[in-house]
Design a protein around this ligand. Sequence first.
Ligand code: URA
Length: 222
Amino acid sequence: MSRRGEILQEMGLAPVWRLRTGVAQESEILRMDWAQLKAKVAGCTDCKLRAGCSRTVFGVGDEKAQWMLVGEAPGSEEDRLGEPFVGQAGKLLDNMLAAISLDRGKGVYIANVLKCRPPGNRNPEPDEVAKCAPHLQRQIELMRPKLILAMGRFAAQALLGTDATIASLRGKVHQYAGVPLVVTYHPAYLLRNLPDKSKAWADLVFARKTIAEENRGQSPIS
Ligand code: URA
């Protein structure tokens, strides 16, 4: 800890000082352009995850796309290749996208809440989500997608600031900073629970209908 930190801690002010530093850093992130944000994430050591992963995984796809898909965090394949959803769950996701004539290179952007792989694919911890959330927030602001598809509990809960279940969040149009948001199951969950694939398909169709209504200028259904 710096001398300034030690003095502030002795005075009982360290938490306030840390909080302020966090807020300053966050507002800096929220002013970045794409290039600055990519560089910030590539060099990020804001939480403990970077020390244990091979590389950061920023996001992939069309930065002007109408669809933005948000998952949880990179897994081992994503950590190896530096791209979101390239493992088994990613293959399922690609197939589902193809079924509605979309692919990761065209019309879709894919990102995660966390940009670094949690060790052993454990669940993200609250401090990691808090530190990394401004990166995703800025990606969304820069993109201004027509719709966010939150895949899985962590993405839905982090974006909506709720601890509600996926089951209770599905089938409605939520809002994230003025962008319509639809919740669905995580593709990795679907690999383990095949009967729920039909529900995820219904969610995709619902999301596609929501985008179509947005494009026609109708207010989203909730
Ligand atoms: N699971 C996720 O949530 N994201 C990925 O990129 C891969 C697996």
